[in-house]
Write a protein that binds this ligand. Structure first.
Ligand code: GAL
Length: 333
């Protein structure tokens, strides 16, 4: 009887050890960022069946993030990191490599030479160029597609689109590349753009609201277009624009839209639920889906393969250049 008892305990211990759930640490640059928060929810939801996930909010501080990484290094099998400072990835990769812990970065792209430091360091993201190009495409269509014959959205009829740009965080690859690419796409298509002002609002709705308030005081009626690097800032701009008399149902057709005199095109990026609602209601002209669901699926699949030793070549999301997975942006209108 005693023998059977001891045997059962041994089997139980062996079984529970061999079925220990893999442990993954998810580090966010800042949980109060609405896009990143939704992204994290997708990873948690999709990863729940495969691993035990602990989430850490770095509160926009690389120092705090580094402390979390240090604390978790001996407890975790893999790290999924949204770095605060993309340049901070260099020392993170070196540390994790020394401990043999695979790492998947997302949303803020490390330098490629840093990713190359280790063959178990990856980046899952979207190509920022594409989002700027899609924004430009939507706007060129709105203005009539012919650069020398702009339609009535060129309110002063001078053949030039007077625009305001709301920029995300300085130095962030998405803020820099989205801004330069949208401008480049206009000039490549021979559209003339007059950038009245570029204001940095750090991805934040409240900051964009305040910046846009000043912009409206300075430029008022001359603005013909608002290009925002993300939806949160576009929503902030729309709030103050509505309070300042934009977006009324001037033609009394019961809808807000491009036919109303007080309507002005505002475009964003991300595809937040609230942005989609405002597109449906006619306030936001369009957005670009920064597909966090597919990116989260890719992160979870890659994590599973890395931890369980599966085949990297046969994943649903193919690896490009050894350590990248790219997900396409999509038009939202
Ligand atoms: C961008 C996103 C922004 C903001 C930023 C944070 O990709 O469009 O809304 O979340 O990432 O890194």
């Amino acid at each position: 009887m005693k023998k059977i008892y001891i045997f059962s305990i041994c089997i139980f211990v062996l079984f529970s050890c061999s079925h220990r759930e893999d442990s993954v640490s998810l580090l966010l640059y800042n949980q109060s960022d609405p896009y990143v928060n939704i992204f994290a929810d997708q990873i948690k939801y999709l990863g729940a069946k495969s691993f035990q996930l602990d989430t850490f909010d770095s509160q926009n501080s690389q120092i705090i993030q580094n402390e979390f990484i240090e604390e978790q290094m001996d407890k975790t099998d893999l790290m999924i990191i949204n770095p605060v400072d993309r340049l901070g990835a260099y020392s993170i990769i070196k540390k994790l490599k020394s401990k043999g812990i695979p790492v998947i970065f997302f949303n803020r792209e490390p330098l490629s030479e840093d990713l190359d430091l280790w063959d178990k360091a990856y980046y899952v993201g979207a190509r920022a160029q594409q989002s700027g190009q899609i924004q430009a495409q939507m706007i060129m269509t709105l203005f009539g597609t012919d650069p020398v014959n702009l339609n009535r959205h060129d309110k002063n009829g001078n053949g030039i689109i007077e625009t305001v740009i709301l920029k995300g965080e300085q130095g962030h690859q998405d803020a820099e590349i989205r801004t330069s690419e949208v401008v480049k796409s206009f000039s490549e298509n021979k559209f003339q753009l007059d950038i009245l002002i570029t204001e940095v609002a750090n991805w934040k709705r409240d900051e964009a609201y305040e910046k846009m308030k000043i912009i409206l005081e300075l430029y008022g009626d001359s603005v013909e277009l608002v290009i925002s690097n993300n939806d949160a800032m576009a929503l902030g701009a729309i709030s103050i624009m509505r309070q300042s008399g934009f977006f009324r149902d001037d033609n009394h057709d019961g809808k807000i839209g491009t036919d109303d005199d007080s309507w002005l095109p505002v475009v964003g990026i991300d595809g937040l639920d609230e942005a989609i609602e405002l597109i449906e209601k006619g306030y936001l002209y369009g957005s670009v889906l920064n597909d966090s669901r597919s990116q989260a699926q890719a992160i979870v699949e890659l994590s599973e393969v890395l931890m369980k030793g599966g085949d990297l070549e046969s994943m649903n999301f193919p690896l490009v250049d050894g350590n990248y997975i790219w997900i396409d942006y999509k038009v939202l209108q």
